[in-house]
Write a protein that binds this ligand. Structure first.
Ligand code: SF4
Ligand code: FES
Length: 248
């Protein structure tokens, strides 16, 4: 297959970026999007040009590092799935494909398609540790967890921390991410001792990082590779309200 790529090139955080055109010919239809970029980069290196910087690690939808905006959509057109799970057969032969980094003020561009998503790590860090005893395998039946709660916690824990929710949101809100992380531990007994302080600290950190607030556009849910439901945002709001009232 052959594609015309328009790729965001920006040498460093301070430089002005621009879209640069590349021809990507002889690309196998079964190549993943990242493999297509690898092929293009090998050709750029052979020509003595600077390869396109982009992030990836697991390449199987687990780590959340492949933060690409493809034709205007975080993670591209094949939802649900991360950019690394997207295959070139999803596009038309000869199609023009625009590739940009995630566009969020709180995710500064480092180079080309690589952004700094440390803001999400700092929200997690603000939540702190749980005080449950660790170091040995717990007796499986000593803390009973209702199946519905366990399922809810598992659904929330599926968040891979990619930040696509913030990239898709017109308010650059990270509430789906924060809601998933808060709900995960709030649904389990092990997360209860710090439940109130955790949500207050994480929401405060989210605001301090400059993310916006949710106005129910559901763009986050539409692009989330882990299919985190926007209903978790309602749970986050309930957790936050309850913690604020208890504190007051
Ligand atoms: S909620 Fe979804 S889109 Fe947001 S960080 Fe988690 S996995 Fe990514
Ligand atoms: S490279 Fe890990 S989720 Fe895409």
């Amino acid at each position: 297959m052959t594609f015309r790529l328009r790729v965001w090139r920006q040498p460093n955080a301070k430089a002005k970026g621009k879209l640069v055109d590349y021809d990507a010919s002889d690309i196998p239809a079964n190549a993943s999007f990242l493999e297509m970029l690898d092929i293009l980069n090998e050709r750029l290196l052979l020509r003595g040009e600077d390869p396109i910087a982009f992030d990836s690690d697991c390449r199987e939808g687990i780590c959340g590092t492949c933060c690409l905006t493809i034709n205007g959509e975080p993670h591209g057109p094949d939802h649900p799935g991360a950019a690394c799970e997207l295959y070139m057969r999803k596009f038309r032969d000869g199609e023009t494909i625009t590739v940009e980094p995630f566009r969020v003020k709180s995710f500064p561009i480092i180079k080309d398609l690589v952004v700094d998503r440390g803001a999400l790590d700092r929200i997690l860090q603000a939540g702190g540790f749980i005080s449950a005893r660790a170091g040995s395998a717990p007796e499986a039946n000593s803390i009973l967890v209702p199946k519905t709660n366990a399922d809810l916690a598992m659904e929330a824990a599926a968040c891979i921390g990619c930040g696509a929710c913030a990239a898709a949101c017109p308010n650059a809100s990270a509430m789906l991410f924060t809601a998933a992380k808060v709900s995960h531990l709030a649904s389990l007994p092990q997360g209860h001792p710090e439940r109130a302080t955790r949500v207050l600290k994480m929401v405060r950190a989210m605001d301090a990082e400059g993310f916006g607030n949710c106005t129910n556009t559901y763009e986050c849910e539409a692009v989330c590779p882990a299919e985190i439901s926007a209903s978790f945002i309602a749970k986050l709001n309930r957790e936050y309200a309850r913690a604020s009232l208890r504190r007051g």
